[in-house]
Design a protein around this ligand. Structure first.
Ligand SMILES: *Cc1c(COP(=O)(O)O)cnc(C)c1O
Length: 474
């Protein structure tokens, strides 16, 4: 089977390949790329993966989604290279280990990569796929991204020194943790350019959008979670966590997912569509609970994001939600376009006005929860006292929602989306001590280069000037 990629806003359903979607990021009509049809695993095929190493599971899943757009033998090599011992600090040989923290409650650690957040899981593979495809096409690519913390360092670590690629990363001048700043600072130089914006994360994201809509810069690549390669590279760890717990505890299984841009939990939904019998997907939010309100009321309303102690989930609108909209509208691109346009114009939109209720979400397994700062601290303490495990504030949002929604009928796996070391201050507030630092981050702050960040106003002309200057020289 070939897998044709289509845009969520293209009623004509023009077909793209996986690698087109990989290099473009966003479709020209402003829509997001999705497979026209998902490959499925049968009940007979899943048990064969039960004891398989992570790379084998990743290969089995991605091979079906890429369907030859990258040759299977190449894909296998890229996957083995991405999930290798010199990239991920595997525990007992496991890239994404699962650990019990309470009765019926497990944590799957996705943060053993070079920058200590789950974003490494997808970014390490995406960067290799991108470099391979560019070399094959004899092309080069400039990528522009915006980060509130974790995307920046994960992308930079993944693209550092890759031939044919220049990466420009915008970040807000204030708002990142010291550790996150140090991570990006240490990676600057060569093909990596850090640009600090006098403004907030939303200003950075607006700059990216404005520039992408300018013909001269339209070919810039994207590595945030709207890129289908990110979403598709996150599907395998749901298979890996599920099969592991199914083997030890039984089925079905729920997942709890700390959510911001809706990319991670959407990958879980696609795993379900591909035949993994996940029961519920618990969308966990913090005080910025746009997604929680959406799932419980059917109303999607942008709200200015405020800064919380789980900052990577501080979003005012969730870009990947458009993919779910397309799904609940049965792949009707015109209806999806109308819905997204209404949202863009008025900042709010209601599912009821499009003939659907919140059943559209619950039928697909989505439920949701929300936490406050106090909930996070209490949850971190609870988990530490119960199991001796230190969880980061984002994971705490997930565990909090999981505990509220738990029932007798299914164990819950909560995805651990960052290591505690990234958020030392909040851990200290919760547990009264600073979490031990993994050796590989020991002297991180010493590695920052003096001119690690260029600083600009939130002004598109200033940004264009920098890009023009850097893109003209080789
Ligand atoms: C990016 C991020 C999230 C949110 O993930 P989405 O895919 O945007 O929903 C949650 N936790 C951490 C630590 C992150 O870095």
């Amino acid at each position: 089977m070939t897998v044709r990629m289509v845009s969520t806003r293209d009623a004509a359903k023009t077909a793209y390949s996986y690698t087109d979607a990989l290099l473009k990021g966003l479709a020209e009509d402003g829509g997001l790329f999705v497979p026209e049809e998902f490959p499925r695993f049968t009940n007979e095929e899943l048990p064969a993966l039960k004891n398989a190493p992570y790379a084998d599971i990743a290969y089995a899943v991605k091979k079906r989604l890429i369907a030859g757009a990258i040759p299977d033998s190449v894909l296998r090599r890229l996957i083995d290279d991405a999930y290798a011992a010199n990239v991920f600090a595997a525990e007992h040989g496991e890239i994404a280990p699962v650990k019990q923290i309470d009765a019926g409650l497990f944590v799957q650690n996705l943060s053993l990569g070079p920058t200590a957040s789950f974003k490494d899981m997808a970014m390490q593979l995406l960067s290799r796929e991108t470099a391979y495809e560019l070399a094959r096409r004899k092309e080069e690519l400039a990528i522009l991204g915006a980060t509130s913390g974790d995307t920046g360092s994960a992308a930079e670590a993944a693209f550092k020194d890759r031939a044919g690629i220049k990466l420009f990363m915008l970040s807000p001048e204030k708002g990142m943790s010291d550790f996150q700043l140090a991570q990006m600072g240490a990676l600057s130089g060569g093909n990596i350019c850090n640009i600090s914006v006098r403004g907030r994360f939303d200003d950075c994201q607006d700059l990216v959008k404005t520039l992408k809509s300018d013909a001269q810069f339209a070919s810039l690549g994207a590595v945030n979670s709207i890129n289908w390669a990110r979403i598709s590279s996150q599907i395998p760890y749901y298979f890996s966590g599920y099969l592991r717990i199914a083997r030890e505890v039984g089925e079905p299984i729920d997942f709890a997912v700390p959510s911001g841009n809706f990319g991670n939990v959407l990958s879980g939904y696609y795993a379900k569509v591909m035949g993994l019998p996940i029961r519920r997907l618990i969308v966990a939010t913090n005080e910025n609970n746009v997604l929680h309100k959406l799932i419980t009321t059917g109303n999607y309303e942008a709200a200015p994001a405020r800064v919380t102690s789980s900052p990577s989930m501080d979003i005012s609108k969730a870009s990947n939600y458009e993919r779910l909209v397309f799904d609940v509208f049965d792949a009707d691109a015109s209806k999806t376009t109308r819905y997204m346009r209404e949202f863009a114009e008025s900042g709010r939109v209601s599912l009821a006005d499009y003939g659907l209720t919140t059943d559209a979400f619950t039928e697909r397994g989505f439920v949701s929860g929300t936490s406050s700062h106090a909930d996070r601290l209490r949850t971190m303490r609870y988990v530490y006292e119960r199991s001796g495990t230190i969880i980061d504030p984002h994971t705490a949002d997930g565990v909090h929602a999981a505990r509220e929604l738990a029932d007798e009928n299914a164990p819950i796996v909560c995805l651990a989306t960052a290591l505690p070391v990234k958020f030392e201050h909040t851990i200290q507030e919760a547990l009264s001590f600073i979490p031990p630092r993994p050796q590989r981050f020991a002297s991180l702050e010493m590695k920052i280069k003096d001119d690690a960040f260029l600083t600009i106003d939130a002004d598109v002309d200033e940004l264009k000037k920098i890009l023009r200057a850097r893109l003209s020289k080789n």
